[in-house]
Design a protein. Structure first.
Length: 356
């Protein structure tokens, strides 16, 4: 009995030492402007799918607000509208709306700005990744919205049911078609050579790679939990060396791949990663949101700052409705390391953060 007590005491001490050895994640002090945008009296933000700034500081917001139009025939439905793209100047003053009533703007998922200040919008339900020049003119389109949707939908057709060209065509579930046919895409990023990486990650569970002209090169991933597989792909970023970071929220990890899709490592200490943002410059860091699951807005919410080797630098914010709190963060912009734009679905707003 004495020997057992001695062993138990030693185990408790060892456990205590192990707990003490685990460094807590430091909290980063930050300030928030919860209303950085000045909208006209007759325009409102809906759920903010994407927010991003260009090199001049102009801010673009892709929001789920508008008037979707659906026409239903005897067995088919046709839809357009439902999301809007707004531009603001660096002071937050409203400049214009781009692509009003566009056929391809159904459910705003993301907006990104590339190094040449082109604006890229990702629409989840239209299945589009659309590149616009600085004037707002379309210059490259990846994916294509279906002509119509069968009512009820037929399994295995087009970009419809689970698999989006994978299952039903002899492929793995979630692998999708080896082409630019997307099934609810979520994000887009680029490497220094101009190659385009699309997170085709809600209907499918893959990453698709294109060259700078939009020619499909390859894709990788399918549905699962093993390395190189995804539950979903909610965000994507590329570092200066061309490594690809894919947020796999369903498996609570960020997977890191080389430029051709070979698995390298996984980052697993940042909750259920939703939105990603990679800073520019020689000393890059990655911001990632532990986004609230859609069925529980009172869980998660914080944003992590991490080094590219997976080391957590710190975290900030929490779930909630007030300034400096977050509700379903779907988009992060980090053109500078200490100034972020945060787009929220649940709170229907953009916050501008300054880290101290």
């Amino acid at each position: 009995m004495k020997r057992f007590i001695t062993f138990l005491s030693a185990a408790i001490v060892a456990a205590g030492l192990g707990t003490a050895a685990q460094s807590p994640v430091p909290d980063i002090v930050f300030d928030s402007n919860p209303s950085p945008l000045m909208l006209p009296d007759d325009i409102y933000l809906g759920e903010v799918g994407g927010v991003a700034a260009n090199s001049k500081g102009d801010i673009y917001v892709y929001t789920r607000t508008g008037h979707p139009t659906i026409s239903i025939g005897s067995s088919r439905a046709f839809a357009h509208g439902g999301s809007r793209l707004f531009q603001f100047d660096r002071s937050g003053k409203f400049v214009r709306e781009i692509g009003k009533d566009s056929y391809g703007m159904l459910v705003a998922q993301q907006v990104r700005i590339d190094a040449q200040d082109n604006v890229w919008i990702v629409d989840q339900m239209a299945g589009y990744v659309n590149k616009l020049d600085a004037a707002g003119r379309p210059v490259l389109l990846l994916g294509r919205k279906a002509e119509s949707i069968n009512v009820p939908a037929n399994a295995g057709r087009g970009g419809g049911g689970e698999g989006g060209g994978g299952r039903g065509r002899g492929g793995l579930p979630g692998a999708g078609a080896q082409s630019d046919v997307f099934n609810r895409p979520t994000d887009v990023a680029w490497d220094s050579a101009g190659n385009i990486f699309v997170a085709d990650g809600m209907g499918n569970a893959r990453v698709a790679k294109f060259d700078s002209k939009g020619v499909f090169l390859k894709s990788w991933g399918s549905r699962g939990s093993e390395p190189g597989m995804f539950a979903n792909v909610t965000g994507i970023a590329v570092d200066a060396q061309g490594n690809v970071y894919a947020a796999d929220a369903g498996n609570k990890r960020i997977q890191v791949f080389d430029n051709n899709g070979t698995f390298k490592s996984a980052i697993t200490n940042v909750g259920a990663p939703g939105a990603l943002c990679m800073t520019p410059g020689p000393n890059q860091v990655l911001y990632v949101s532990n986004s609230n699951p859609p069925e529980d807005f009172d869980n998660g919410g914080e944003i992590y700052k991490i080094k590219l080797d997976g080391t957590v630098v710190g975290r900030f914010g929490k779930v909630g409705k007030r300034p400096k709190e977050f509700g379903a963060v779907n988009s992060l912009d980090c053109r500078t390391e200490n100034s972020l734009l945060v787009g929220e679905l649940a709170n229907m707003r953009v916050q501008k953060l300054t880290l101290r």
